[in-house]
Design a protein around this ligand. Sequence first.
Ligand code: ASP
Length: 319
Amino acid sequence: MTQTNWVIVVHGGAGAMRSMGAEKEAEYRLGLAEAARAGAAVLARSESAIDAATAAVAAMEASGVFNAGHGSCLTLDGEIEVDAAVMDGRDLSYGAIAGVPGLSNAVELAEGIRTGSPHCLFAGSKALQLAATLPGFTAIEARPSAERVRKWESHRRNNPVAPSLADQLTALGGTHDEGDTVGAVALDGEGNLAAAVSTGGIWLKQPGRVGDSPLAGSGLWAENDCVACAATGTGEFIMRVALAADIRSRVQAGSTASHAAKDALAALRERFGSDRAGVIALGHDGEIAAPFDTAGMGRAWMRSGDAEPTVRVWPEEDQ
Ligand code: ASP
């Protein structure tokens, strides 16, 4: 049966973001709304869920507002190293990159790998060599903004040596300072599901560190007639419970997308404590879920027929 209803859901990261200030919050909300609109425009043209999820994430990478693309946080060495992934629920095709230096349009490279390579995941600067061979793909360089460099200098002053994860979580505030990783899930008019994720990782990560974001089953999953989801938060916890795979199993066992997402997050919390993660999930029936156990998580969605996206950051906005 062909269905005509489509849905796009995006997130701008889960984290300890209460201190972001009114100006940054306004920018952040605008970035979320624009990303939802970018994905919605693709779906309204009857294009695929994977194109919509990729377009929404690409919009957030280009904005410089989020921890992805131009806005990526910096490693201990003050560099940008990005992770990204896409997954198409039609055939479980998946493309990803990990620890790629100085790349802004990471999600497009992941999509180029999904469609143009027999392999799924490329790491480090070799991924840029592959990028040069992919038809239609041009790498865009990500340079840290002055604001990011200032922030790096201040974090670095407080962390003269490589912080342990525990120190990092305490010093940088619960999960990490700004959980502005980005992700999107989409359901197109044909009933196909897709997911896309892009991130600079976590502040002061050791060079070469890779989080959950590019890992199918941890940072994302998309499977038609089941669920699409994209995680955010501290990768060192998310990947150890395979959060996206857990949500998928719960849906396969009969849970709705929202129960599955909530229960999988509760299982993570039980094992590793709270203030760790958030996730967006989209059921094959169009059900939207966006649970998180951090102070905030930017989230926005649009359904066919909506004039404007719904945008939320704080938990109390769900009441
Ligand atoms: N999950 C990402 C990572 O650990 C960070 C985030 O979502 O904010 O690299």
